[in-house]
Write a protein that binds this ligand. Structure first.
Ligand SMILES: [Zn+2]
Length: 178
């Protein structure tokens, strides 16, 4: 097994050779992911096995494992999100081929017949980022104080906290006025 990922690969050739890659990659090397992290230190461990299943499409199977340091959208403190994702991809040349793939795998488009394996790992990590990263209530500074989310972040206000009776009354008043 190689530990160094080549920049671009020809997935058809690697599938015929039955190539595998495993190792670690620094999170700071993923430009799209980096901006979402509170600290871009740490590494992702990965394994990618490239082969042919039913002969037609190169298939990439493997896993990625890491912990992403994200900002909790409730208390704005750091939140460690463990990632342990399995991947099963079929390499296609044109988007239309995606419909013909088996249910068990996801399509990945190889433009110009080549693929960047780092992009595959990064896509997998981006998929693992929660839409609204938040601590569990018992671990979250804000949830523990039963405080409201900071101003300007109304879209991420937690829904678990019951509405205050005063807010309910205010709402009734407004309705009556109309
Ligand atoms: Zn929090």
């Amino acid at each position: 097994m190689l530990t160094r990922l080549p920049e671009f690969v020809d997935p058809w050739r690697l599938a015929d050779q039955g190539k595998s890659f495993s190792g670690q990659e620094k999170l700071r090397n993923f430009s799209r992911l980096r901006g979402l992290l509170t600290r871009p230190d740490g590494e992702v461990a990965f394994e990618l096995r490239i082969g042919r299943d039913e002969g037609r499409w190169p298939r990439i199977k493997g896993w990625v494992r890491t912990t992403l340091n994200l900002e909790c959208q409730r208390c704005l403190e750091e939140l460690g999100v463990p990632v342990n994702a399995r991947l099963d991809l079929a390499v296609i040349e044109v988007p239309g081929e995606a419909d013909a793939l088996p249910e068990s795998c996801e399509p990945v488009l190889a433009e110009d017949g080549r693929l960047r394996l780092l992009d595959i790992i990064e896509d997998e990590l981006l998929l693992a980022v929660p839409q609204v990263p938040r601590h569990e209530a018992e671990d979250c500074a804000v949830a523990a104080q039963r405080a409201v989310a900071p101003q300007g972040r109304a879209d991420t206000v937690q829904t678990e906290v019951p509405e205050s009776p005063f807010a309910v009354l205010a709402g009734m008043k407004t309705k009556r006025k109309n």
